[in-house]
Ligand binder design. Structure first.
Ligand code: HCB
Length: 202
């Protein structure tokens, strides 16, 4: 499956998903098959072995695989106890990882409001106020947009919401020490960790 992502073969990705779904859980297929392939694409892109159109096609193949698995995600029987707003910061169009996180949080019993990508700080704050969210997930995939995570936290402070809303940050350039530095409550390396951290904090 991972190889099919790297070679941008959507049909092969879907065939591999079909084969795996009888034997493995959907979150396992997403993290260890689809996301693993996309990470490999990232590495090859960074080394100059792949170019942007290739990355876009691989992203499309990855998204098709995730869409195919949406109905297979294990539904939590627990009633949504906590509300999470999740989005990618302004200036950043990367949303594959953020969307996986939203799906996994949702199927783990959280009420999730995904505000999409390239989301201004004001969208995060408005959705948090509208839904009474007690957690926000902030994704940023570029060193140039990472600062957006800090800006959301600052806005929460200005609005007097920081005590009521836990903050999780994620995305390739984010780290534990970055999370501490900007005053986030946690950093999650992947979607499984995001679910575990949300369960711990809420
Ligand atoms: Co894009 N891109 N890209 N890109 N892109 C990166 C991110 C670079 C690192 C590649 C590189 O140059 N080395 C780089 C950023 C460099 C930097 O840091 N400054 C980069 C660049 C530069 C750009 C453009 C500027 C390129 C250009 O136009 N010249 C442009 C961005 C324009 C913009 O945003 N304004 C661009 C465009 C694209 C696309 C459109 C072709 C495509 C995005 C498609 C989409 O998302 N719909 C794309 C992709 C796919 C990538 C790479 C190859 C993969 C990202 C990805 O989807 N990974 C990426 C390279 C890389 O990351 N190594 C590259 C797979 C997912 C599953 O992992 O890390 O996103 P993830 O998410 C994980 C994890 O981080 C965590 O859980 C997820 C699931 O396990 N997580 C959270 C994420 N968010 C979370 C939130 C939480 O609350 C909790 C956990």
């Amino acid at each position: 499956m991972s190889d099919a992502i790297v070679s941008c073969k959507k049909d092969q990705v879907l065939a591999a998903v079909e084969k795996a779904r009888g034997e493995l859980e959907a979150p396992d297929i997403i993290e260890n098959g689809l996301a693993a392939g996309m990470n490999e694409v990232g590495t090859l892109f960074e080394r100059g072995k792949l170019f942007l159109p290739h990355v876009m096609m691989a992203a499309e193949a990855m998204q098709a695989g995730v869409d195919e698995l949406k109905d297979d995600m294990p539904e939590s029987s627990e009633k949504a106890a906590s509300v999470i707003v999740n989005g990618t910061v302004e200036g950043d169009v990367h949303d594959i990882g953020k969307s996986i996180v939203s799906t996994m949080l949702q199927t783990s019993g959280f009420e999730v409001h995904d505000i999409g990508r390239d989301a201004p700080v004001s969208d995060f704050i408005a959705k948090i106020k509208e839904t009474g969210a007690n957690m926000v997930g902030i994704s940023a995939l570029m060193t140039t947009t990472l600062q957006g995570q800090k800006e959301v936290i600052e806005a929460l402070e200005e609005e007097g919401l920081r005590d009521k809303v836990k903050v999780m940050v994620g995305g390739a350039p984010a780290t534990n020490s970055w999370a501490k530095k900007i005053g986030a409550d946690c950093y999650a390396e992947n979607a499984t960790e995001a679910v575990n951290k949300a369960k711990e904090l809420l």
